[in-house]
Design a protein around this ligand. Structure first.
Ligand code: AMP
Length: 489
C-alpha cells in the first residue's frame, strides 16, 4: 500500500481536469501532477527507501507534487511549519536525519547555513531539472507499515517530537474523513487556509482520492478575505481551519460564499460562544475534529448535522468516536472511568502512529498495550459525547480540587468585554496552586468576579487577574500555557 495510488487513480479517472490551483490559476491537471511527481521521484532514486526528505515552505502548489513524489520514491515526507524559527527548523532537520531539504527561497536562505543536509530551493532550475528527470516506476509493493510522514508535533507541552505515520495510518485517516465528514468529488475543492505542513496538508490524500481540486492561496498564508474570495471562485469548497482562523473569517463581516460548504475546525479549543457566532454568520457548514499528530485528525468529531439546534453541552464537546477508532477515558490505574468521570483520553486503531522517531522513552510512555495516551483529560456522557477538559499538564489542582481551565475560560468568554482568556495555575503555599486568569479586554476584576459568581462554583474563580494586550501563542495559534505559567513564578 502506497499513498501514491490515490493520485494514480485520480490521474486515470480525471486526466485533463484541473488538479492544483495557485489562487485562481490552474497549475496542474491530474495527468501533469502525476507526471511531475513521478519525475521528482525519479530524481530521488539515489536515496534508499525510508530516507527522510524535509519540506520547509509557506503554502505553495509544489507541496502537493513533493508529497506524492516523495511517496512514489518510497521516502518519508517531513514537512516543517513555515512559521517556525530557523533554529527550530534546524532541530527538526537534525532530529529527522533528513537526507535532503526542499525549501522556499525565503526560508532556504536562512536555513541552508544552519543544516548539514543539502537545501534545494523550490522553483529553482535544479528543482525544475528534477521535475524533468526520468519517470520513476509506480511503487507497487510498499509495506503498509512503511513510514510515509514524520509529523512534528507543535510542542505546546515540550520539545517537538516526530510522530511516525505510516501509509496505513494515513489511509485510515483518509477513509475516516470520507466516512464521517465530507464527500468530495471532481466538482469539489480543498482550499488550503491552514499550514499544509500540518492539518491542511493531512487532508490532501482524501481530496486527491476523490479528484477534488487542491487550491493554494496565492499569498501562501491565511488571509480571510483572500480565502473567502477563493471560495467564491472555485466549486464546492472545503477547508480545515484552526479555531482562531474561523474567528478571523467571522470578523470580516462577510456572508458565506455560496460555494463554501464545509469548514472543519479543530486542533485546539473552539469555545461555544465563538462557535455560535460562526454558525450565525456562515450557517451549518461546520465540522469539528479532535485529533493530534499521533492520531492524525482522527479521534472524535462532530458532523455538520450534529451542530444543528444542538445544546451547548454538545457544541462544547468534541463529539463522538470517529469511524475505525476506539476511544476510552481511563483512570490513573488504567481502568475505564465511569460516565461523566474525568480521566485521560486514550484511543487505538489503524490511524494511531507506531511511535516517536528515535525516541523510545517517549514512545513507551505514550503507547501502552496498543492504546495511545493522548495526555488530554476528558469525560464521556451517557450518549457517547466526549468533553475535553485540558491537557493533563494544564489541570490546576487547588486545595485538592481539580479545576479545568477550559471551563473557567468558557465562562469568562461569555462576558461581552472579554476578548481572550487564558487560565493557568500559579504555585501557592496555602492552596498548592491557585487559579490565575490572563484577560484581554476592557473589564475590571470586580466585574469578572461578579460574572463568575453567577455561573460557576466559588472555588473555581481566579484568585488573580492579569490584564494583557494579547495572549502568547505558538505558530499554530495555540495559547502557550507554559509561557503564561512562567510569568507567574
Ligand atoms: P497537535 O499534536 O499539535 O495536533 O495538538 C493536538 C492537541 O490539540 C490535542 O491533544 C488537544 O489537546 C488539542 N486539540 C485538538 N483538537 C481539539 C479540539 N477539537 N478541541 C480542543 N482541543 C483540541
Amino acid at each position: 500500500m502506497n499513498l501514491f495510488s490515490l493520485l494514480d487513480q485520480s490521474a486515470a479517472r480525471h486526466g485533463d481536469r484541473g488538479a492544483v490551483y495557485h489562487g485562481e490559476q490552474q497549475v496542474h491537471t491530474w495527468l501533469s501532477l502525476r507526471d511531475r511527481a513521478l519525475r521528482l521521484a525519479g530524481s530521488l532514486n539515489g536515496l534508499p527507501p525510508g530516507a527522510r526528505v524535509a519540506v520547509a515552505s509557506e503554502n505553495c502548489p509544489q507541496i502537493v507534487e513533493l508529497m506524492f513524489g516523495i511517496w512514489a520514491a518510497e521516502c518519508v515526507f517531513v514537512p516543517i511549519n513555515y512559521k517556525l524559527h530557523p533554529r527550530e527548523m534546524e532541530q527538526i532537520v537534525a532530529d529527522s536525519g533528513a537526507a535532503l531539504v526542499f525549501a522556499s527561497p525565503k526560508i532556504g536562505r536562512d536555513l541552508a547555513p544552519l543544516v548539514s543536509a543539502p537545501v534545494e530551493l523550490i522553483g529553482s532550475s535544479d528543482y525544475e531539472n528534477r521535475c524533468a528527470a526520468d519517470l520513476s516506476p509506480v511503487p507497487r509493493n510498499t509495506d503498509p507499515a512503511a513510514l510515509a510522514w514524520l509529523f512534528y508535533t507543535s510542542g505546546t507541552t515540550g520539545r517537538s517530537k516526530g510522530a511516525m505515520l505510516s501509509h496505513r495510518n494515513l489511509m485510515a485517516m483518509t477513509l475516516s474523513h470520507l466516512a464521517d465528514f465530507d464527500s468530495p468529488d471532481e466538482n469539489s475543492s480543498l482550499v488550503h487556509g491552514a499550514p499544509m505542513s500540518h492539518g491542511s496538508g493531512l487532508y490532501v490524500p482524501p481530496y486527491v482520492l476523490r479528484g477534488a481540486r487542491q487550491v493554494v492561496p496565492a499569498s501562501g498564508a491565511f488571509d480571510p478575505d483572500e480565502f473567502l474570495d477563493l471560495c467564491e471562485r472555485h466549486p464546492g469548497c472545503s477547508a480545515f481551519l484552526a479555531p482562531t482562523m474561523v474567528a478571523r473569517l467571522v470578523q470580516t463581516g462577510r456572508s458565506r460564499p455560496a460555494n463554501l460548504t464545509t469548514i472543519v475546525y479543530g486542533g485546539g479549543p473552539m469555545y461555544v460562544d465563538s462557535l455560535k457566532k460562526a454558525m450565525a454568520a456562515f450557517g451549518p457548514i461546520f465540522v469539528q475534529l479532535y485529533g493530534q499528530g499521533e492520531a492524525p485528525m482522527t479521534i472524535t468529531g462532530l458532523r455538520r448535522a450534529d451542530h444543528v439546534d444542538a445544546p451547548d453541552a454538545v457544541l462544547g464537546s468534541v463529539g463522538y468516536a470517529r469511524s475505525g477508532v476506539d476511544v476510552a477515558v481511563v483512570r490513573p490505574d488504567g481502568r475505564p472511568a465511569g460516565i461523566d468521570e474525568i480521566g485521560e483520553i486514550v484511543c487505538r486503531g489503524d490511524v494511531v502512529m507506531s511511535g516517536y522517531w528515535q525516541n523510545p522513552s517517549a514512545t513507551e510512555s505514550t503507547l501502552q498495550d496498543g492504546w495511545l495516551h493522548t495526555g488530554d483529560m476528558g469525560s464521556f456522557d451517557a450518549a457517547g459525547y466526549l468533553t475535553l477538559r485540558d491537557r493533563s499538564k494544564d489541570v490546576v489542582i487547588s486545595g485538592g480540587s481539580n479545576i479545568y481551565p477550559r471551563e473557567v475560560e468558557e465562562v469568562l468568554l461569555e462576558h461581552p468585554a472579554v476578548v481572550e482568556a487564558g487560565v493557568v495555575g500559579a504555585p501557592d503555599e496555602e492552596w498548592g496552586e491557585v487559579v490565575v486568569a490572563f484577560i484581554v479586554g476592557r473589564v475590571s476584576a470586580d466585574d469578572l468576579d461578579a460574572h463568575l459568581l453567577q455561573r460557576i462554583a466559588r472555588f473555581k474563580r481566579p484568585k488573580r487577574y492579569e490584564f494583557v494586550d494579547e495572549l502568547p501563542k505558538n505558530s499554530y495559534g495555540k495559547v502557550l500555557k507554559r509561557e503564561l505559567r512562567s510569568r507567574l513564578i
